[in-house]
Design a protein around this ligand. Structure first.
Ligand code: ATP
Length: 582
């Protein structure tokens, strides 16, 4: 298969404003892919060579890309940079420069060759790696057509900007290889327990749906996290959970999924990035406190080692550095509160009910001063729930996660459901909880803000339609530093039209590929004629908007755009708000 086919696919996806067309384009691409290439095509369709959890990244700078191009074109780096500034994108500039120089290579590059070159670039590390990476990249550029160059550059810089989501890929796989979109559910289950769409696609193509049904949890492949619904009324929480719940402290730290096999440890973040290197101290504590082979989940927090008291979330953020040193470990001592176990000694525990999983934890974890189980109380009345909630807040937590004790209280990988219900402090302060919303556009600023933006267009996620629907325009809560930081974060994701997965009535001055999630607070949710969240679902020709939105200062780097607050959650928050008012 020629890489040119993939380049044409990118170009068509880039031009489309419809998510259905995006899916169709993927279906066509998958259908024309030889069986043995399907995993590679799945990764390359989103500009990667491996699933996100492997942490394999090209680590290729814009400067290296410019020098590589300069070598092939015989043009000075300065000229290339000028063109890139003029056209606003190095990929586009490279294409134009190839055309201007009359470099019209025949499409000879194969997907195999591009994939293995990109993979070796990603795997090259250490002394002299920049030079080696450039050499490999240059040999691709020498054979590329202008269109291919454009996408090779964007791929290597991690700026493909197509915003194809997992759900779109799964829909397309189901349609292309089973003829029915409904079969996405089966594909999704396998994805939820392996987090690797390339791997699932390969099994689908080689062994069919039956093979996909047999996919199992494995140490080293993260399981997509189970998530909680939210409710703000204790009576409702208890009612929803059948009158009785396992209420656990909701620690305000970082969720970590720990995989252990002997001395081999893999730590994954909430968005399934490999963060093993960030917590060497936690690994030592776990060695002492846990069995030999398992997958479990904990919340890591910074504590005061003398008193054991939990320190603020901000302290934990100070450990989010590329290289964790002894200084970080001493200054910000970590503790882990384990709240679930998914796998133990070769056995998948996801189908066991929560009380059983908790018992397994109690039996297998040795409590130490750094490793503990989440503090928990079984509650069956509102008074107990409320007083346990206050105790959690006093102990430095965000609130509670109330968990179902019923027989069906399985570990629902990759799902947000009512088996877990979070009850947070914020619910008491505002009518609306904070929302985690995705930046999809921006409006020009005036005066001092003219060089940045005036406000950002923010959207929630609707998994049903795989779309981002707008909820508010937020212009307050940003500091001068935020403006600079946001500018840097958002610029690589600027696109020249509304993204096909964004559903918006408002016409923004700038559009972005859905990428960055910010925490937003506001006064209340109200019916809105301009926002598309919950459009026609509560009142005809009305959606839901957030009044007086404000950035809380918290960047949700731990969330992918698909992990943003969902449309369904916002509808529920709106309905609860009405209940509280009456
Ligand atoms: P939030 O932004 O409220 O942390 P989220 O989308 O990351 O939410 P939810 O499933 O909605 O995740 O809320 C549960 C989160 O709370 C978990 O992701 C986890 O990080 C954290 N947490 C803290 N303590 C617990 C606990 N005892 N049980 C489950 N989750 C816990």
């Amino acid at each position: 298969m020629k890489y040119y086919e993939l380049a044409e696919f990118y170009s068509k996806v880039e031009a489309t404003t419809s998510r259905i067309e995006m899916t169709n384009l993927l279906v066509q691409l998958f259908k024309s892919t030889p069986k043995k290439l399907i995993d590679k095509i799945v990764y390359l369709s989103i500009g990667k060579v491996a699933p996100e959890y492997t942490g394999l990244d090209y680590n290729f700078s814009e400067k290296s890309a410019i020098y590589s191009l300069s070598e092939v074109l015989g043009t000075s780096p300065h000229e290339i940079e000028k063109k890139s500034i003029e056209l606003g994108d190095l990929g586009e500039a490279a294409k134009v420069l190839y055309e201007e120089k009359g470099i019209f290579n025949k499409p000879v590059l194969t997907v195999d060759e591009v994939y293995s070159s990109l993979r070796s670039i990603a795997e090259t590390t250490g002394y002299g790696s920049t030079k080696k990476k450039m050499q490999t990249f240059i040999s691709l550029l020498q054979k590329a057509t202008p269109l291919e160059v454009k996408y090779l550059i964007r791929t290597i810089l991690g700026r493909l900007r197509l915003g194809i989501g997992d759900n779109t890929i799964m829909d397309a796989l189901a349609i292309a290889f089973t003829g029915k979109q409904e079969n996405r559910q089966i594909i999704e289950r396998a994805y939820n327990i392996t987090s690797d769409l390339g791997y699932v696609a390969k099994i689908l193509v080689e062994k069919g749906l039956e093979g996909v049904k047999k996919v199992k949890i494995e140490i080293g492949r993260p399981v997509r996290p189970m998530l909680a619904e939210r409710l703000s009324i204790p009576q409702l929480i208890l009612h929803k959970l059948g009158g009785k719940a396992g209420a656990e402290y909701k620690y305000d730290g970082e969720r970590i999924q720990v995989h252990r096999k002997g001395d081999e440890f893999h730590l994954f973040s909430r968005r399934l990035e490999n963060i093993t290197h960030q917590f060497p101290d936690l690994i030592e504590f776990l060695k002492e406190a846990t069995p030999d082979e398992y997958i479990l989940e904990l919340e890591a927090v910074v504590i005061d080692p003398q008193s054991g008291a939990i320190r603020p979330f901000q302290d934990l953020m100070n450990r989010r550095v590329k290289y964790v040193t002894r200084f970080h470990m001493m200054k910000y001592p970590i503790a882990g509160f384990i709240f679930d176990i998914i796998y133990l000694n070769g056995k998948d525990l996801t189908l066991k009910p929560y009380p059983e999983r908790r018992k397994i934890l109690e039996k297998n974890i040795k409590i130490t001063d750094r490793i503990n189980l989440a503090t928990r109380k079984i509650v069956d009345n509102v008074d107990d729930l409320e007083s346990f909630f206050l105790q959690a807040i006093e102990d430095g937590c965000e609130g509670l996660v109330c968990k179902s004790l019923q027989k069906d209280s399985i570990y629902q990988a990759g799902k947000r459901g009512f088996l877990w219900i979070k009850y947070k402090r914020d619910y008491k302060l505002h009518l609306a909880d904070t929302l985690d919303l995705v930046v999809v556009g921006a409006f020009y600023g005036k005066g001092q803000r003219a060089q940045y933006f005036g406000s950002l267009l923010m959207a929630c996620y609707d998994p049903e339609t795989d779309q981002f629907k707008t909820v508010c325009k937020v212009g307050s809560g940003f500091t001068e530093d935020d403006f600079k930081k946001l500018d840097e974060l958002l610029n690589p994701h600027l696109i020249d039209h509304k993204h096909p997965r964004v559903n918006s009535i408002l016409s923004a001055d700038m559009w972005y590929e859905p990428y960055l999630v910010l925490e937003i607070t506001g006064a209340e949710l109200t019916l809105s004629p301009v926002h598309t969240c919950a459009w026609d679902k509560i009142k005809p020709s009305r959606g839901l908007g957030l009044r007086f939105p404000r950035f809380t200062g918290r960047y949700r780097f731990d969330k992918r755009p698909e992990d943003a607050t969902t449309e369904k959650e916002i509808i529920e928050m709106y309905q609860n708000q009405i209940k509280i008012k009456v």
